[in-house]
Design a protein around this ligand. Structure first.
Ligand code: CU
Length: 154
């Protein structure tokens, strides 16, 4: 039923020559963001942001950028262990296959939130806008949790 809905939207678009924005909105409806939180660190240290992306659609979807008014810099990172040393590398996109979900923490992905623009503390919420390759964007509240919050804590 869901995929039929997408086809209908695409037909209307072709018909009316409407903007891609409507298509983006349709694709966002196939995408859910869950368990959005930030591991807050003291002393203005960069903080890691974690989400679970759920793609219920028939097409892959890719997160390509994130921004937040409360941090001057937000990047997509992936942690990995190389020769026994944990490293972070910048990634340009995080792709979620159709009908699957991606748990950021479990895959080593995180948003790196650096240079806070205001004093933040655990319990606060920040609004992060996630941008996808299809031209869609989604703004999601992230809850700030203390430094000892586990990655398995949803
Ligand atoms: Cu990082």
């Amino acid at each position: 039923m869901h995929s039929r809905h997408i086809v209908v939207a695409a037909c209307v678009l072709g018909w009316m020559g409407a903007s891609a924005r409507a298509l983006g909105a349709q694709e966002v409806s196939a995408l859910q963001v869950r368990d959005a939180w930030v591991r807050w660190l003291p002393g203005n240290l960069p903080a890691g942001g974690y989400i679970t992306l759920v793609n219920t659609g028939d097409q892959p979807t890719s997160l390509i950028a994130a921004s937040c008014p409360d941090y001057a810099q937000v990047s997509l990172h992936r942690s990995r262990t190389v020769a026994g040393t944990s490293q972070m590398i910048a990634v340009h996109k995080v792709t979620v296959a159709p009908h699957s979900s991606l748990v950021f923490a479990a895959q080593g992905y995180h948003l790196m939130l650096a240079h806070p623009n205001r004093i933040l503390k655990p319990g606060d919420r920040v609004a992060v806008t996630l941008s996808f390759a299809e031209g869609a964007a989604l703004t999601v509240p992230f809850e700030l949790r203390p430094p000892d919050a586990g990655a398995d804590m949803h």
